[in-house]
Design a binder for this molecule. Structure first.
Ligand code: ZN
Length: 175
């Protein structure tokens, strides 16, 4: 059973990307290599290929150019997880060197890792076994701002209101 995360970002962004196709499904290392070739990806400073990813509501791993909206990558639907992946590519061998749940569109919990792990293992991709850059998101109950909590500082960056200890975005569980 996986928690499903619904889009919690600005409605105008969802509207803007609603006509775009969802992210490409990755079910093997070859899919990542093909994506890099087809979309002419260039490696970043560390030599890794960055991608926006989601695990969609059916468990498929989908990727798009880094910086694209997660809601676009998900085709507008809910997700089991979302974030950023750093692919280490040596010829036909693809590993996930680093991975984060950083998605301000879905604000998934670090505990969504098992959904990511399952999709990476289904695709035969080695991975670090956890989010290497876990992000803690909280919705400010006072002003509605989506916050990234750093250094255990549970206060809103906009209104200084106290943020709850528990994850507090609208969600539902899969059956
Ligand atoms: Zn606030």
């Amino acid at each position: 059973m996986y928690r499903l995360y619904h889009y919690v970002g600005p409605p105008e962004i969802r509207e803007r990307v609603s006509k775009q196709p969802p992210g490409r499904v990755v079910s093997s290392a070859a899919d990542v290599v093909r994506w890099i070739e087809d979309t002419e990806q260039a490696p970043g400073a560390e030599g890794y290929y960055l991608a926006t990813f989601v695990v969609d509501h059916e468990g498929a791993l989908r990727i798009e150019d880094y910086g694209h909206e997660h809601v676009s990558c998900a085709g507008g639907g809910p997700v089991r997880s979302a974030g950023v992946a750093w692919f280490d590519v040596e010829g036909a061998v693809v590993e996930v060197a680093k991975v984060s749940n950083q998605s301000t569109g879905f604000c998934p919990e670090p505990t969504s890792w098992p959904a990511v792990e399952e999709s990476l293992e289904a695709a035969g991709l080695e991975h670090p076994g956890e989010f290497t850059q876990p992000i803690v998101f909280r919705l400010c109950p006072h002003c509605g701002q989506r916050n990234i909590v750093k250094d255990e500082w549970y206060y809103c960056g906009v209104c200084d209101g106290e943020l709850p200890a528990d994850w507090n975005f609208p969600s539902q569980r899969t059956a």
